[in-house]
Design a protein around this ligand. Structure first.
Ligand code: DOR
Ligand code: ZN
Length: 361
């Protein structure tokens, strides 16, 4: 259901677009004051979001997830209907029975695999996948999706190659060993990932962030080091960004929206050892629309933002709609967080070209 409004009857430039309300299939909401500050930005645009479990004390059990989900609902109260879809952080000690119970009771939608040491708060992740094969077997039998941070942690592997090497060394064997396991390769950043995901059957999907559609690795060093553009997987060469843009705007069912919005305070980003993560939620849906518009692909926007992910997860499509207009507005320089400081959003201080209806910016 895409409605594209046209100005001056006959002008071929779309001025508004209406789609089924989208979902964000990869979000970091954090906890405490940061959760309260950032969650409304995701809830304003998205009906549902897959919530990442990498809290400092990660969400490793059904009981953890129930408590965290309550805190998320409290943080978005008054910001419209929003459903957080919880994930379980896999560790070497994950209990397959607890995981299965959480999935059966609709507490867990999926489980997240962080290779130990790959990214923020991943120290309790999994170093040896064989050690949790019983968990994968159970998930395969249940039809429970496995969400994968697809980077090897081998320090010998160049940081720009870690995703491609992960596909060869880890993901291919995993898919071979579990031929019915549903897998999402999260936040893909390379042409290799695009080709790989396309070559699999419908049980493999991939999320694509808006920042990986907009920046390449040069942007990290434009005029000096840009800590606010540092995320993992790190942005790659321009040829890879172009492959991601082609994939997202193709409308292909295996690619869907996942912002990986990942807030860190300015003091944590602008540090000698700055944190990885880009806080894109304040203009995510608008910036995706901008990318699709630039490609003359607004007719594929609804598939990427609102249909493909829901179909992959086997969830109903959203009844609500969302309308965006071509209407420039300025992104804030920073967002205040009670007691913690400030967070700089993606595109801070820049002009955003599309605007969500009913949004106060
Ligand atoms: O840039 C990132 N930030 N990548 C991740 O995988 C984790 C995330 C975070 O939690 O900050
Ligand atoms: Zn993430």
């Amino acid at each position: 259901m895409v409605g594209v409004g046209r100005a001056n009857g006959g002008c071929m430039i779309a001025e508004t677009i209406t789609i089924a309300k989208p979902d964000d299939w990869h979000v970091h909401l954090r906890d405490g004051p940061v959760l309260r500050a950032v969650a409304p930005y995701t809830a304003r645009s998205f009906a549902r979001a897959i919530i990442m479990p990498n809290l400092p004390d990660p969400v490793t059990t059904t009981a953890h997830a129930v408590a965290y989900r309550e805190r998320i609902y409290a943080a978005v109260a008054g910001h419209g209907a929003f459903t957080p879809l919880m994930t379980c952080y896999l560790t070497p000690k994950t209990d397959p029975d607890d995981l299965a119970r959480g999935f059966d009771e609709n507490i867990f939608t999926a489980a997240k695999l962080y290779p130990a040491g790959a990214t923020t708060h991943s120290a309790r992740g999994v170093a040896d996948l064989r050690g949790i094969y019983p968990v994968f077997e159970r998930m395969e039998a249940l039809g429970m999706p496995l969400l994968v941070h697809g980077e090897v942690t081998d320090p010998e592997v160049d940081i720009f190659d870690r995703e491609a090497v992960f596909i060869d060394r880890v993901l291919s064997p995993l898919l071979r060993d579990f031929p019915a396991l549903k897998v999402v390769l999260e936040h893909i950043t390379t042409a290799q990932a695009v080709d790989f995901v396309r070559a699999q059957g419908p049980r493999v999907g991939a999320t694509i962030t808006v920042h990986h559609l907009m920046i390449n690795r040069n942007a990290l060093f434009k005029g000096g080091i840009r800590p606010h553009l540092y995320c993992l997987p790190i942005a790659k060469r321009e040829q890879h960004r172009l492959a991601l843009v082609e994939a997202a705007t193709s409308g292909d069912a295996c690619f869907f929206l996942g912002t990986d919005t990942a807030p860190h305070t300015v003091s944590a980003k602008e540090a000698a050892c700055g944190c990885a993560g880009i806080f894109s939620a304040p203009a995510a849906i608008e910036l995706y629309a901008q990318v699709f518009d630039e490609q003359n692909a607004l007719d594929k926007f609804e598939a990427f933002a609102a249909l493909n992910g829901a179909r992959f997860y086997g969830l109903p499509l959203n009844d609500e709609i969302l309308t965006l207009s071509r209407e420039p507005w300025p992104m804030a320089e920073k967002i205040d967080v009670e007691r913690e400081g400030v967070i700089a959003p993606f595109c801070a201080g820049e002009t955003i070209l599309w605007r969500q209806h009913g949004d106060m910016g």
